[in-house]
Design a binder for this molecule. Structure first.
Ligand SMILES: Nc1ncnc2c1ncn2[C@@H]1O[C@H](COP(=O)(O)OP(=O)(O)OP(=O)(O)O)[C@@H](O)[C@H]1O
Ligand SMILES: Nc1ncnc2c1ncn2[C@@H]1O[C@H](COP(=O)(O)OP(=O)(O)OP(=O)(O)O)[C@@H](O)[C@H]1O
Ligand SMILES: [Mg+2]
Ligand SMILES: [Mg+2]
Lengths: 257, 257
C-alpha cells in the first residue's frame, strides 16, 4: 500500500513545490518507487520535474473532474522510479466545482486507491496550492503524513495557526490518524530573525518539528530551471545533502514492506 | 474619486502584502489619504499594519458576505492618513460563497463606491491572496491599476503567463481599461539567476514593467513584526527609499484632484 505524504501550507512561497521535487528525487535515489502529484494550477511541480504543461495527454483536473484514471495521465521523469501526475491551469476549475460533489473530501483518496496504483508505488507526494480550499482539504484527507514547509518569518509562523485548525477539522471529519510535521525551509543562518523565529517554532511545536532544516541554496533555483530534482542536478551542494537527510527522516514513517 | 490599485499574483510569497504595506506608508507620508484593504484570509496585511485579527469589530468578510458597509469596519493605523479594512480567516468563506451571487465580479467595486468612501480617500490599495479565485477576480474588476509583484525566479516568471490570461478575461468581462504593471521584488543583486531573469522579464514586458526594483532587505521582515510600514520603522534603510521611489512612480497614475 503506497504511503501518502501531503505537502501543504496556506502561506505562499515557503518551498512546498521545491520540497516535493527534492524529496521525490532523494527517495527515488534510495530505491523507493515514488509518485509525485501536482495539485496546483500553477503547475510548478510539473515544470520542476521537466514536463511541460502544454504537451500533456491529461492532468489531475481530468482525474478529479472528468473521472479519468490516475494511471492514464502519468508521465515518466528523467529520474528512474519517479513518475509524475501533472497539472495544468485547468486545476482552477477543480477548486470551483469539486465542492459540489457530496463526498469531495475523499476524491483524492479514492483516485489513489484505483487499480494497480497502491501496489505500484512505495510513496506518493502531493504538492498543494497556497490555498486552504477543496483541493488542499482533499489532499489532507488522502494523507497519512502532512508536512508543512515554513519559512522562519513572521507571516509564515502566523500561518501555522490556520494550518492547525485545518488539521483539527480534517481529523474530526474523516482522517483521524493524520500526523503533521513542520519543516523549516529557506533558512538563512546569518539572519537574526530567522534564528529567533526558528527557535520560537521549535519551542512551540517540539516533537511536531522535523529535525532536518533546509537552508537557502541557490542551486535549488537552478535545478528548477533544469527540470531536475536537486540531487540529480548537483550532488555536492548543501541542499542535496539536507533534502537527503529529510528523505531519510521521512522514510522512517513509511511502513516497511 | 479614489484611485484603486490592486496588488495580485497567483504565485505565492512574492511580496504582495509587503508591497501593499510599504506603498501605503510611503503614499501616506507624502500627504495622500490612503485606504489599505486586506482580502486574504491569512490576514497578513492586517498584522503588518499593527491590527490584531482577533480584536476587530468586523472584517472584509462582513462587507462581502453580510452586506456590512466598508466604513463600518475601518480601523485606524499608527500612520496618520492611513486606514485599514481588515481581514480574518472568515475570508475563506467569501471565496466559496461569493461566486454564487450573479454579479459577484463587481462586489468590491460596489463596496468601494458606497457613501463617503470615494471622496474620503485619494488611493485605495487591495492586497490579494495567492489564488486566482472569486476574490482576486473581483479585486481586478475594482481596479484602475493592477500591480503584479514578481520575484526574478523561475516559477514566478512562469506565473506571469496565467496572470496575463486573467487580465485578458477581466478586460473582456467588465473592466476594459485595466492597466497592469509588473514590479520586480526581493531581488538579490549578487544572484546570477536574479540578474538573468530580471533582464528576461524586462525584455518581454518592456513598458509593462515598473522602473523601480525592490531589493532584498531584512528590515522589511522586522517592520512586519513591528506592525509598521517600513518607512515608519526605519527611515534610512534601502527598502524605505526603494518603496518611496515606487510610490512616486505609482502616484503618477493617480489623477490629480
Ligand atoms: N532553500 C531554498 N533556497 C533558495 N531558494 C529556494 C529554496 N527553496 C525554494 N526556493 C525558491 O523560492 C521560491 C519559492 O519556492 P516554491 O515555489 O517551491 O514555494 P511554494 O511554497 O511551492 O510556492 P507557492 O505557494 O506559490 O506554491 C522558488 O523560486 C524557489 O526556487
Ligand atoms: N524585499 C524583501 N526583502 C526581504 N524580505 C522580504 C522582502 N519582501 C518580502 N519579504 C519577506 O518575504 C516573505 C514573503 O513576502 P509576503 O508575505 O509579503 O509575500 P506575499 O506575496 O504577500 O505572500 P502570500 O502569497 O502568502 O500572500 C515575508 O516573510 C516578507 O517579510
Ligand atoms: Mg508551489
Ligand atoms: Mg500576502
Amino acid at each position: 500500500m503506497a504511503y501518502v505524504i501531503t505537502i501543504a501550507n496556506q502561506k505562499g512561497g515557503v518551498a512546498k513545490t521545491t520540497t516535493v521535487a527534492s524529496v521525490c528525487g532523494a527517495l527515488a535515489a534510495r530505491g523507493l518507487r515514488v509518485l509525485a502529484v501536482d495539485l496546483d494550477s500553477q503547475a510548478d511541480l510539473t515544470l520542476a520535474l521537466g514536463a511541460s504543461p502544454g504537451g500533456l495527454h491529461g492532468s489531475m483536473a481530468d482525474v478529479l473532474l472528468n473521472g479519468a484514471s490516475l494511471e492514464s495521465i502519468l508521465v515518466e521523469t528523467a529520474v528512474p522510479k519517479l513518475h509524475l501526475a501533472p497539472s495544468t491551469s485547468e486545476m482552477d476549475k477543480v477548486e470551483r466545482f469539486l465542492p459540489m460533489r457530496s463526498d469531495y473530501v475523499n476524491a483524492l483518496r479514492s483516485a489513489l486507491a484505483v487499480g494497480d496504483l497502491p501496489r505500484a508505488y512505495d510513496v506518493v507526494l502531493l504538492d498543494c496550492p497556497p490555498f486552504l480550499g477543496a483541493v488542499t482539504t482533499s489532499a489532507m484527507h488522502a494523507a497519512q503524513l502532512l508536512v508543512i514547509p515554513t519559512q522562519p518569518e513572521y507571516f509564515s509562523a502566523h500561518a501555522l495557526r490556520n494550518m492547525m485548525s485545518a488539521i483539527r477539522n480534517v481529523r474530526s471529519q474523516g482522517n483521524p490518524d493524520l500526523v503533521y510535521r513542520i519543516l523549516i525551509t529557506m533558512q538563512d543562518r546569518r539572519n537574526r530573525i530567522h534564528r529567533t523565529l526558528s527557535e520560537q517554532i521549535q519551542a512551540t511545536f517540539g516533537e511536531g518539528l522535523l529535525q532536518t532544516v533546509i537552508e537557502v541554496d541557490t542551486k535549488l533555483r537552478e535545478s528548477a530551471i533544469a527540470g531536475l530534482p536537486v540531487n540529480y542536478y548537483n550532488v555536492k551542494t548543501r541542499s542535496t545533502q539536507q533534502y537527503d537527510n529529510l528523505a531519510q527522516e521521512l522514510a522512517q514513517y513509511v511502513p516497511s514492506k
